[in-house]
Design a protein around this ligand. Structure first.
Ligand SMILES: NC(=O)C1=CN([C@@H]2O[C@H](COP(=O)(O)OP(=O)(O)OC[C@H]3O[C@@H](n4cnc5c(N)ncnc54)[C@H](O)[C@@H]3O)[C@@H](O)[C@H]2O)C=CC1
Ligand SMILES: O=C(O)[C@@H]1CCC=N1
Length: 248
């Protein structure tokens, strides 16, 4: 099916890394961004006005706050919205389509390794999963509540993990290591630990690393003192509440 990507900013643009192999038209309203996209993807049709939606599978990648001002014509074959928190009910009141899906990709789409959540009309499930598999791994969820939770877990978490990466670097730099080499370590570290976590339970990995009266235990105690686990639980709650507020 023909794809129509509406909004190719940070996330829509990242998704294009995988989506560009499809028959895809991009609608982008911000002229400087159009120029960037034309350089990156010279063969893709990029327009500034939204065409009739007839015959398209639309991927809606504008900000939730812009949704109320969106004007479209025609009935799309399907809509996949990646807008955080915008419910299926709200989506149906703002854009016409035969079927609707909510999705939550993440910035790892830049390297086609997004952990992408989907929920909505089962009639569109297979096609949506196939399209979004081009940007990484897809997870079908049974409810919008889970999608709103996954918004923190996968959509926002790249920023939180980037904070952890930067904080680890700051700690090493504080002790005298050169900044640049710390980021190379951290990228290798995250890649390696991510690979291990595919088959190892996080708690068991932690136990294997932490020696009695060792260096890891000394650092772990400080992380507990700083309420790192509690902070992540609260971050997830705040993200979930913010997502829900976008449909009020
Ligand atoms: N940034 C991220 O990591 C993630 C973002 N999302 C969701 O993706 C959506 C987009 O977020 P970002 O890409 O970060 O925002 P952004 O502001 O970078 O991109 C939005 C783009 O849409 C364009 N746009 C706005 N109205 C338009 C219209 N009527 N027609 C055509 N283009 C239009 C803007 O010019 C802009 O380039 C949001 O709803 C967000 O919740 C979801 C997962 C992760
Ligand atoms: O911060 C946001 O609202 C978007 C949704 C998930 C990641 N970025």
């Amino acid at each position: 099916m023909k794809l129509l990507l509406i909004g190719a900013g940070n996330m829509g643009g990242a998704m294009l890394q995988g989506l560009h192999v499809n028959d895809i038209t991009v609608v982008e309203a911000y002229p400087p961004r159009v120029l960037e996209l034309q350089t990156l993807y010279p063969t893709i049709t990029i327009v500034s006005e939204i065409p009739s939606l007839e015959g398209y599978l639309v991927i809606l990648a504008i900000k939730p706050q812009s949704f109320s001002t969106l004007h479209t014509k025609g009935i799309a074959e399907g809509v996949i919205s990646i807008m955080a928190g915008v419910s299926l009910e709200k989506l149906k009141s703002g854009i016409m389509a035969k079927h609707y899906i909510r999705s939550m990709p993440n910035m790892a789409a830049l390297v086609r390794k997004s952990a992408t959540s989907l929920c909505g009309d089962v009639a569109l499930k297979d096609e949506a999963m196939e399209v979004l598999s081009s940007i990484g791994r897809c997870f079908w969820l049974e409810s919008e509540k889970e999608l709103d939770i996954a918004t923190g877990l996968a959509g926002s978490a790249p920023a939180w993990i980037a904070l952890v990466a930067e904080a680890l670097s700051d700690g090493a730099v504080n002790l005298g290591m050169k900044r640049e080499i710390t980021y190379q370590y951290i990228a290798t570290l995250f890649e390696g630990v991510g690979e291990v976590l595919k088959s190892e339970h996080p708690a068991l990995l932690k136990d294997k690393v932490m020696s009695p009266a060792g260096t890891t235990a000394a650092g772990y105690a400080k992380l507990e003192e700083g309420k790192v686990r509690d902070s992540f639980i609260k971050a997830m709650e705040a993200s979930y509440e913010r997502a829900k507020s976008f449909s009020k």
